[in-house]
Design a protein around this ligand. Structure first.
Ligand SMILES: [Fe+2]
Length: 152
């Protein structure tokens, strides 16, 4: 159960996994913003920016919640990625495959956020539950915008 001012190790472990997956999705989105090419360059470059910015803010909020729960944030990318289950992009896909990849990742991350919210609620941590539900709301909306950009 959640206890204020104590280390809440189960919540910290679960939230660290969410933090790691959010980091992968953040960096992939920013990388696609930089690397996208083709006739849809400008609209996709801008749309990806509207997604990586809130993802970056999410990282800061999740990290600070982990600290408030008594945990520490992985200090290296190496440690961070050990906690992630969403896959990085190894190469630069063509534009419509970037859109599809992000759509799929956003839906997957939204589900992880909702699972985290349900777990936090069960543990009596309504602050984390509310925060993660808000992240899922953003991700599902972004997934819809991506899906509507192309026939995927
Ligand atoms: Fe930029």
């Amino acid at each position: 159960m959640y206890q204020s001012g104590r280390e809440n190790s189960e919540l910290v472990a679960a939230l660290t996994a969410v933090f790691a997956d959010t980091s992968v999705v953040y960096y992939k989105t920013h990388g696609f913003h930089w690397n996208v090419e083709g006739p849809h360059f400008y609209s996709l470059h801008l749309m990806f920016e509207t997604f990586y910015q809130p993802l970056w803010e999410s990282l800061d909020e999740i990290a600070e919640r982990i600290r408030a729960l008594g945990g520490k944030i992985p200090q290296s990318y190496n440690d961070l990625l050990k906690n992630a289950s969403i896959k990085e992009a190894d190469a630069t896909p063509v534009d419509h495959l970037m859109v599809k990849n992000l759509r799929d990742d956003y839906l997957a991350l939204a589900q992880k956020d909702l699972d985290m919210a349900a777990f936090a609620e069960k543990q009596g941590d309504l602050v984390t539950a509310n925060m993660m539900t808000e992240k899922a709301t953003f991700l599902q909306k972004a997934a819809w915008m991506l899906h509507s950009s192309f026939t995927l």
